[in-house]
Design a protein around this ligand. Structure first.
Ligand code: F6P
Length: 358
């Protein structure tokens, strides 16, 4: 009997999701003769009656899809089934409705593409069913535990690096300090990687405790050595590791730490500083080749796991190969930048100021 599996994308979008959906549906079709159904807007689709879902016929899945950003299925990061946000502002447990929606689809397995939060929620939701569930990690933040890479991260670094490449000449032309704020809700993976690749002078991340006076001192020092401009990359969460504490009306970690930093550096150094907040630009691009490869490898492995009768696992990338691990060893944890790790050591070796050394 032909089997049918479901796939949904959940949480913030990123580049490489369409390539992942495609890989899953193609592997299911070519490898096992299975059908694949795409569920619309993550768990939201399961609340519709009939369920908002569509068959993913291989004829629709040509390579053009692998090149496109976003997710053609749609996604949500506001759909916690256990505390679903209602129109009146209240929260309601709608997990039973979603499980009922899954039953209506008569699936033999479900693949969820999400970050740590989404995978945890989906695991809990599926725990109340007998439907085998496999998770695929995606997030530009790259902070999912037990995988060195999540889909979307490579593209985000490429975009942040390109932004630094573009800020450098304009900063140099105007003798300015250019501050680039990049995403990373709780982790500095994008900032440190783009900082190295994009030739930043200063990189501030939540994993390394930094002080504003040390950042300002580096700007002054650069000026003394003849440099009239500087390039600073700051993770959106870097306010968490700022030592010295905000004073007066300063609210570090507010909407834009980049803007705050530029303002303070102008005051403290006399150099004109300008901030750019890169924001969702980091999520919406054509995926890099690396993200497409990861999407393909993860999609194939996820289907193979279902075919092998496995469940409650996440695929991952470790030491140059695809792995899979129990979801219980992933959820509730996150993989932040190792302050003693290779990237931090590399940054220091290149003379990049992390704001923690005098
Ligand atoms: O988790 C991915 C991410 O892009 C974070 O880097 C960022 O903090 C957050 O999502 C932004 O979420 P939203 O799209 O809801 O603004």
């Amino acid at each position: 009997m032909t089997k049918c599996i479901g796939i949904l994308t959940s949480g913030g979008d990123c580049a490489g999701l369409n390539a992942t959906i495609r890989a899953v549906a193609l592997r299911a079709h070519h490898g096992y003769g299975w059908k694949t159904v795409g569920i619309s807007h993550g768990t939201h689709g399961l609340l519709h009656r009939p369920v908002a879902a569509e068959p993913l016929d291989p004829s629709r899945l040509d390579a053009v899809l692998a090149r496109q950003g976003g997710t053609f299925l749609g996604t949500t990061n506001r759909g916690n089934p256990f505390a679903f946000p209602m129109a009146d502002g209240s929260k309601k447990d709608r997990s039973a409705e979603m499980v009922e929606g899954l039953r209506e689809l008569h699936l033999d397995g479900l693949i969820g593409v999400g970050g740590d939060g989404s995978l945890e929620i989906l695991r809990r939701l599926l725990g109340g069913t007998h439907l085998p569930f496999i998770g695929i990690p995606k997030t530009i933040d790259n902070d999912v535990f037990n995988t060195e890479r999540a889909i979307g991260y490579s593209t985000a670094i490429a975009i942040a690096t390109e932004a630094l490449d573009r800020l450098q000449p304009t900063g140099a032309s105007h003798d300015r300090v250019m501050v680039l704020e990049v995403m990373g809700r709780d982790a500095g993976h994008i900032a440190i990687a783009a900082g190295i690749a994009g030739g930043a002078d200063i990189a501030l991340i939540p994993e390394v405790e930094w002080r504003l006076d040390r950042v300002a001192a580096r700007v002054d020092q650069l000026r003394r050595t003849g440099r009239t401009s500087a390039l600073v990359v700051v993770a959106e969460a870097a306010g968490d590791s700022h030592r010295g504490g905000p004073k007066g009306g300063e609210r570090l970690g507010d909407a834009s730490i980049g803007g705050w930093l530029a303002h303070r550096l102008t005051e403290m150094t006399g150099s004109e500083a300008r901030a750019t907040v890169l924001g969702h630009v980091q999520r919406g691009a054509q995926p890099t080749a690396e993200d497409r490869l990861l999407a393909a490898a993860f999609g194939v492995r996820a289907v193979d796991l279902l075919a092998a009768g496995k469940a409650d696992r996440m695929v991952g990338w470790w030491n140059r190969t695809v792995i899979d691990v129990p979801l219980e060893k992933v959820v509730g944890r996150s993989r932040t930048v190792d302050p003693q790790g290779a990237l931090i050591r590399t940054a220091r070796a290149l003379g990049i100021c992390l704001g923690d050394e005098g």
